[in-house]
Write a protein that binds this ligand. Structure first.
Ligand code: DP6
Length: 362
């Protein structure tokens, strides 16, 4: 278990000037889902995701030495160029929790600017991209001030750890292509504390996989992910679910290494439906799918049967559909989605995304 707390990370008075760091970090889509946690943001089961490309958050932390002697984190937060008090309060609370890791945060006055590549109202969870971008910026400050974390894997592991403390799924976004979070005997080096990259072991078909995000509704969810995770604690299916996730990870990971699209699709869709079944079996139960979610699922299944093409779906904790397919059938799928699925999307919104190379410093 890493212990990142380090009281030595204080900057010498007088040596500090002003500066800034910027990171762009993508969202990710889980195939085996993280749903249920314990302790300090630790997952009840391992999860695996594809890192996306077009759906990202870009965050800049600008800093200058604090003039006063107060111990508070001094922070102004702008989202999409506008001051945002709600986000500022959330980020401030997060940074306060990290001062044992980054004591220098108390020495600075921070201005954080953040924006998403996708519309804020698209109903896409932005916590993975935003918390990973923030964590990467923080680790970069440590690198700038102290010359630490020069080794890329140490840098990313710490960023993944810190991203996890902001939002569990965010820890998987710091790596290209695909990442696993949560201990599993399947894959060496896995941990509940941070994600690990596994893209180099993947069959080439998955490296260029597409993910078209069909926006069924852009309304705010009736139950947040945070509340959904909590409801797993009283869910009678929780333990069998955690066991099932481990078995599914084993089968899915083999399929992803071998390029077995049919097994990949079967497990991925079962995971999506299991996630929503768990919501319906919670106490109190809740439904995040919308009628058009089901309509689209039925149409995807029918198209797959008619054409024999490997087009699959997954869902995150909301009504929107992620369509997953190999690059080789991109033209056909995009014709089908434009003709048959787009009318079931709110404002005809589809975000065409694909597997990406992970975060980048700007
Ligand atoms: C269904 O990572 O958003 O997308 O840790 O409370 O911030 P918190 O939850 P979050 O949950 C994501 C749930 C999911 C599955 C997944 O991404 O693995």
């Amino acid at each position: 278990m890493p212990d990142y707390s380090n009281p030595k990370l204080l900057v010498e008075r007088g040596s500090l000037s002003e500066g800034q760091v910027t990171w762009r970090s993508p969202s990710n889509i889980a195939l085996i889902k993280y749903w249920g946690k314990y302790g300090r943001q630790l997952p009840q089961n391992p999860s695996i995701s594809l890192t996306l490309d077009q759906a990202y958050t870009e965050t800049t932390i600008a800093y200058r030495p604090k003039t006063g002697t107060g111990q508070d984190i001094e922070l102004a937060f702008f989202f999409a160029d506008k001051p945002n008090d709600a986000f500022a309060a959330k980020v401030k609370a997060y940074l306060e929790r990290q001062v044992d890791v980054f004591p220098f945060l108390r020495q600075l006055t921070l201005t954080i600017r953040s924006h998403n590549s996708f519309p804020h109202s698209a109903g896409i969870a932005s916590s993975a991209s935003s918390m990973s971008a923030l964590a990467l910026c923080l680790c970069d400050l440590e690198r700038q001030f102290f010359g630490n974390l020069e080794d890329d894997s140490a840098f990313r592991q710490k960023a993944s750890y810190l991203a996890r403390l902001g939002s569990g799924s965010a820890c998987r976004s710091v790596y290209p292509v695909t990442a696993v979070w949560g201990e599993t005997v399947e894959i060496d080096g896995t941990s509940n504390e941070y994600a690990v990259p596994v893209g180099d072991q993947l069959h080439e078909d998955f490296r260029t996989f597409h993910d078209d995000i069909l926006i069924v509704s852009n309304r705010e969810k009736s139950v947040s992910s945070r509340a959904g995770h909590q409801l797993m604690d009283g869910n009678p299916y929780a333990n069998p679910r955690y066991q099932q996730a481990r078995q599914q990870l084993h089968r899915l990971w083999n399929a992803m290494k071998e390029g077995d699209l049919a097994t990949f699709g079967q497990i991925t869709e079962q995971e999506a439906m299991t996630l929503h079944a768990l919501m319906m079996a919670s106490h109190p139960p809740f439904i995040l799918m919308e009628p058009n979610t089901l309509e689209i699922i039925r149409r995807v299944q029918a198209w797959r049967t008619d054409t024999g093409q490997p087009l699959y779906f997954t869902l995150d904790a909301g009504p929107n559909i992620h369509l997953l397919y190999p690059h080789a059938i991109a033209d056909e799928v995009q014709d089908f989605t434009a003709d048959s699925l787009q009318p079931f999307c709110e404002n005809d919104q589809i975000i065409r995304d694909q597997v990406g190379q992970g975060p980048s410093k700007r």
